[in-house]
Write a protein that binds this ligand. Structure first.
Ligand code: MLT
Ligand code: ZN
Length: 467
């Protein structure tokens, strides 16, 4: 009866049950989880989506909302028992409005991040969130997971870039909070409850995003640096000079770069000698004649004299800029090609990044000789992807079987620096077990009460976020 009701609501295009067709929705991007959905629901608009949620609620059926399915933590994968419905947002992909004066974009949840960026650009603006999976990741998922990415140092996380939301609640009611106000001080900030909730409190169906003026000057450099300490000194140098010009400041290890150069065809370093560590500096401004090039050259010159960098290449064209960024963005894929890996998406205060990298490296090498340590990421905001690749020749499954021991080893160092065990990837299924230890007591109890109040039947994305 449940399936019949959903079929008559959604039609054949809106409901998929054949295992061959549901397979692509059933496994996470990292291939850590393979589930078996009862069906994949693909509503065409918010009205259909709300009606489908209402039908599911009446039957106590469980729902796993899914965007681009690029979660790093199994946040959008169903259980294996065939009882859960995947709710795909893919067909809700319209741009509803854009306003270049208000600097706002009203967009549906199933539009890709790339589509949002492109729409903003066409209006002479920029949507400044940028992540490696932006061609596939969708706005609903970006907001539900409070994605961070490369430009957090300047523009904040997804949470900081949303003015309004439209949400379908677990009982199927639609909350239209698509206000585009810069000031709206009217009680609890409900939209921020759904941002980062990973679909456990309702389904985000549309959003009003904040835009910024499109940069007119941009300078990107790749620097060879002798140590993470030197990379931090370089960041401080740029930050003191003009924090508003830094669009991204990324760190990469020598080993991580070796993986990229070895595994990703067409990648090369822009200077002759490989380095022990690298920093990527990306400056951008909408201000005309801002002199970014001169600032970049002067600061790099001073860093060279101080010994904080050994070499540097400033991009001379859009193609060179893209090539430098590619060396950074292909880190994830290059690591995948080196075999099994355990990811630790962690953050510490920016000033502690070098000490954290040194201590966590030593701790992991002591735990498992031969383990390959590949830290990289968003040094400018303190978020390091402290990823570990399996020792050469080790069985991948045997390596992954030790994932909790590895994560616990890294997290023990994170804790010493009062950091976070999940900086930007969220909790999903992978890290739900860590919540009592890290967020236990009043914090977790309040989260559980919020969950019980909004989703008393526990049907929304079960098993994610909360243990
Ligand atoms: C990135 O910033 O490239 C991803 O969030 C990191 C990862 O693959 O762990
Ligand atoms: Zn990242």
């Amino acid at each position: 009866m449940l399936l019949e009701a959903l079929t008559s609501l959604l039609g054949p295009r809106g409901l998929i049950t054949e295992p061959a067709d549901t397979a692509a929705y059933s496994e996470d991007w990292r291939k850590l989880y393979r589930g078996q959905p009862r069906a994949v629901l693909r509503p065409a608009d918010v009205g259909e989506l709300a009606a489908a949620v209402k039908i599911c609620a009446a039957h106590g059926a469980r729902i796993v909302p899914q965007g681009g399915n690029t979660s790093m933590v199994g946040g959008a994968t169903p259980s294996a028992d065939g009882t859960e419905f995947i709710l795909s947002l893919a067909r809700l992909n319209r741009i509803r409005a854009i306003d270049a004066v208000d600097q706002t974009l009203t967009i549906e949840a199933g539009a890709t991040l790339k589509a949002a960026q492109t729409a903003a650009e066409a209006a002479g603006c920029m949507f400044p969130l940028s992540i490696g999976s932006e061609g596939t990741a969708q706005i609903g998922g970006i907001l539900s997971t409070n994605a961070g990415g490369n430009n957090t140092v300047r523009y904040g996380n997804a949470r900081d870039l949303v003015l309004g939301l439209e949400v379908v609640l677990p009982d199927g009611e639609i909350w239209n909070g698509l206000r585009r106000l810069r000031k709206d001080n009217t009680g609890y900030c409900l939209r921020q409850l759904f941002v980062g909730a990973e679909g456990t409190l309702g389904v985000i169906t549309a959003a009003v995003l904040k835009l910024v003026p499109r940069p007119t000057e941009r300078e990107v450099a790749l620097c060879a640096v002798p140590s993470p300490e030197a990379a931090l000194a370089l960041f401080t140098r740029f930050h003191r000079n003009d924090p508003a010009a830094i669009q991204a400041f990324e760190y990469m290890s020598g080993l991580g770069m070796d993986f990229v150069l070895k595994n990703i065809p067409g990648t090369t370093l822009p200077f002759a000698t490989p380095a022990a560590h690298y920093a990527l500096v990306d400056l951008a401004t909408p201000r005309p004649q801002a002199g970014l090039r001169a600032a970049m050259e002067q600061l790099l010159e001073a860093a060279l004299e101080a010994g904080d960098i050994g070499d540097a290449a400033i991009a001379e064209s859009e193609a060179q800029r893209a090539a430098i960024w590619r060396l950074r963005e292909e880190h994830t894929e290059a690591q995948k090609r080196e075999g099994a890996s355990v990811k630790n998406d962690v953050s510490v205060p920016v000033s502690k990044v070098p000490a954290f990298i040194a201590e966590a490296t030593a701790a992991c090498q002591a735990l498992m000789p031969g383990i390959r340590v590949v830290p990289f990421g968003h040094m400018g905001d303190g978020n390091i992807h402290f990823n570990l690749a399996q020792p050469v020749g080790m069985d991948g499954a045997a390596f992954l079987a030790r994932d909790h021991a590895i994560m616990d080893t890294v997290c023990a160092v994170v804790r010493r620096y009062d950091g976070s065990f999940s900086a930007e990837h969220g909790i999903g299924r992978l890290k739900a077990y860590m919540m009592p230890d890290w967020r236990g007591g009043a914090e977790l109890a309040v989260m559980q009460r919020i969950k019980a109040a909004l989703d008393p039947a526990g049907t929304m994305n079960p098993g994610k976020v909360l243990p």
